[in-house]
Design a protein around this ligand. Structure first.
Ligand code: ADP
Length: 421
């Protein structure tokens, strides 16, 4: 029994790292488990995060994996369960935020969540989510390949995903210090899910403190912001030792994200770029691509090489029309995952930067990573991590930077290596 107090179920691996990096930096020892752990697996740290890949899978599958993760986290002593979703509330009307939230309070209680993560420019006001200065529905998220977000009213969005009643805790209530009483009152009145306004860290800190006084059993939810506020509220001081990783070795960047910021990062990258065209892959297979990756990494020595499927929204749409949305995503994710395995198994790569949540999930699964130790931040929300690649002969330790599509400065692909283990 580790006595972890915070047990997090994340719907993608970059979101898991975003949250884990911030919580670890706040002084809370944290580990990330990749996939639903085995019953006998040990947690590790005061905050234990289970990274799933459930954002876009079938809702029943997302529910099954999330409830199994919650059961394991509770077996590790987790007092608080936290459903981590994207700070842009990435989901469709089928789910999976609503169905998973329903399942996590199936035995009673209420979910209390907010995607607000002010450090990343995500704020919620009167139930509406803002990305920087724009409403969610007017942000680049409206064109996400898998979860286009075209409604900023999160009470409405979540209501379409659940049969439970969704209610709002508005900003004036948070700021007046009445949030705990309001949460209990909503539960008594039959609400199952609450979305809480927050536009700065002080609002999240007020919510984190108010939770101590809530009498209703609560499952928390949200982006990284609320978890960071919980960590600040309940700080502890010892860091876990990072696993050593030998110096040197080749470096690889895999980009399967079509997000606007990733497009800027791909354009700004100063090194060798190998382009991945899904239409060519569908027609000719991946042998030419793998040969090009081999040659480029050999020529680059220890300089990073970028393997990129990143494309603008028009090109993504035409590819999806030609191949189907799911087939195009599956083809790219499985191909980039094969590139990761080839690079680590045969080409000496020990440091990898992966852009894209779905893409990162595919890569860590193919490499056989089960648990990540969380280290230094390369950018807000993007910590370097280390783990053991159990699916690769020799089970090497690798360093990974798993970056959500919209995170990091435009020059991240060149600068991230400075903080690498
Ligand atoms: P992000 O973190 O930016 O959301 P993800 O990796 O989670 O990135 O999601 C992007 C999805 O879009 C992936 O499933 C990826 O395979 C798919 N995708 C990326 N590039 C293309 C493209 N050129 N054509 C079609 N689909 C693409």
């Amino acid at each position: 029994m580790t006595g972890a107090w915070l047990g997090v179920i994340a719907d993608d691996v970059t979101g898991a790292c975003d949250l884990a990096g911030g919580v670890a930096e706040a002084g809370v020892p944290t580990s990330v488990h990749l996939g639903v752990p085995e019953p006998g697996d040990e947690g590790g740290g005061d905050c234990v995060v289970v990274a799933l890949k459930t954002r876009t899978v079938d809702p029943a599958d997302a529910v099954a994996r999330s409830t199994a993760a919650a059961a394991w986290l509770r077996s590790q002593g987790a007092e608080l369960i936290y459903q981590k979703y994207c700070s842009t509330f990435d989901s469709t009307d089928r789910g999976n935020i609503g169905p998973v939230a329903d399942a996590l309070v199936a035995d009673g209680g209420i979910t209390v969540g907010t995607p607000a993560t002010p450090a990343a420019g995500r704020t919620q006001y009167l139930g509406h989510l803002f990305v920087g200065e724009r409403l969610l529905s007017e942000s680049p998220m409206r064109d996400h390949p898998l979860t286009p977000m075209r409604d900023s009213d999160l009470v409405a969005v979540l209501s379409r995903q659940t049969t439970g009643r969704v209610a709002l805790v508005p900003l004036p209530v948070v700021r007046s210090g009445a949030a705990a009483a309001e949460i209990d009152a909503h539960f008594a009145a039959g609400a199952r899910h609450l979305l809480v306004d927050a536009i700065d860290d002080a609002d999240l800190d007020a919510l984190a403190a108010a939770l101590d006084d809530v009498r209703t059993p609560v499952v928390l939810g949200g982006g990284a912001g609320l978890a960071l506020a919980l960590a600040r509220h309940r700080r502890s001081n010892s860091f876990p030792a990072a696993k050593p990783i030998p110096p040197g070795g080749a470096r690889l960047i895999l980009s399967g994200s079509a997000s606007e910021r990733t497009r800027e990062q791909v354009a700004a990258f100063g090194g060798t770029t190998v382009r991945v065209d899904p239409l060519v892959l569908a027609r000719d297979g991946d042998s030419a691509l793998l040969a090009e990756v081999r040659a480029s990494l050999a020529a680059a020595g220890e300089d990073p090489v970028l393997v990129s499927a990143t494309a603008d929204p028009g090109r993504v749409r035409s590819t999806q029309e030609a191949l189907g949305v799911e087939a195009a995503a599956e083809l790219l994710e499985s191909t980039l995952a094969r590139v990761a395995v080839l690079a680590v198994a045969e080409l000496g790569v020990r440091r990898l930067l992966v852009a894209g949540g779905e893409t990162s999930g595919a890569a860590v699964a193919a490499l056989g990573l089960r648990r990540l130790a969380v280290g230094a931040l390369a950018a807000p929300g993007v910590p370097w991590t280390t783990g053991t690649a159990t699916a690769v002969p020799g089970t090497p330790t690798v360093a990974l930077l798993l970056k959500s599509g919209n995170f990091g400065e435009p020059d991240l692909f060149d600068t991230a290596w400075r903080s690498a283990p």
